[in-house]
Ligand binder design. Structure first.
Ligand SMILES: CC(C)(COP(=O)(O)OP(=O)(O)OC[C@H]1O[C@@H](n2cnc3c(N)ncnc32)[C@H](O)[C@@H]1OP(=O)(O)O)[C@@H](O)C(=O)NCCC(=O)NCCS
Length: 170
């Protein structure tokens, strides 16, 4: 597993998740405005989903308060080298530009420190706020991935694959 650093800038701080942060993580995932897109979480699902050593998870902090989580996973095959990002902010921290700031900070780290030339992100196709926030950072729509993920209602939902190349970061 990559030893992740603390990343700071654009008014946000990204701090690597520790075992002691599990209750905070669950509280973020149980925010109804997050669960709407991320699905229902209990402790068992948190353990299952957040135990992948290839996924690097950060808490998003604003003025020393917890605002959400952001994570990345890397494809290390040199022929397909890239990284994918996911983010969730709790309701009080949405719509204030914090999402774009956190994604920008992590994207810069992935391009400059982790040597990636291409990043991806895959919001639900009807998550307009997320799509607008990612476009603001420089991500572009690639296409719809049909029935890509199971939604909170148990049915399959389309997602929009977006990507961004080094040099396109805004
Ligand atoms: C999606 C998310 C990361 C975007 O980050 P953000 O900091 O809210 O982004 P912005 O402040 O740039 O807002 C993006 C747009 O959505 C709107 N928006 C965001 N949250 C909103 C809310 N709760 N109510 C109404 N509008 C909202 C903003 O006004 C903005 O619209 P604009 O482009 O017309 O100005 C964040 O809202 C979030 O985590 N939402 C809940 C979970 C989620 O959807 N995660 C993404 C899964 S891929």
């Amino acid at each position: 597993m990559t030893a992740a650093p603390v990343l700071e800038g654009h008014g946000v701080r990204l701090r690597p998740l520790t075992a002691a942060d599990q209750p905070a993580l669950l509280a973020i995932l149980r925010d109804p405005t997050v669960a709407r897109w991320w699905g229902e979480y209990d402790e068992a699902r948190v353990r299952a989903d957040f135990s992948d050593p290839e996924e690097v998870v950060f808490l998003v902090e604003v003025d020393d308060a917890l605002a959400g989580i952001i994570e990345y996973g890397e494809e290390l095959d040199p022929y397909y080298h890239s990284a994918g990002i996911d983010i969730a902010l709790t309701e009080g921290y949405q719509s204030r530009g914090i999402g774009p700031a956190a994604v920008r900070l992590l994207a810069r780290y992935l391009f400059e420190e982790r040597g990636h030339h291409r990043l991806t992100i895959d919001p639900a196709a009807d998550n307009r706020n997320a799509i607008r926030a990612y476009e603001r950072v420089g991500f572009r729509p690639v296409g719809i991935m049909r029935q890509y993920e199971r939604g909170a209602d148990g049915t399959w939902h389309d997602a929009l694959l977006m990507d961004m190349l080094a040099g396109e970061l805004r």
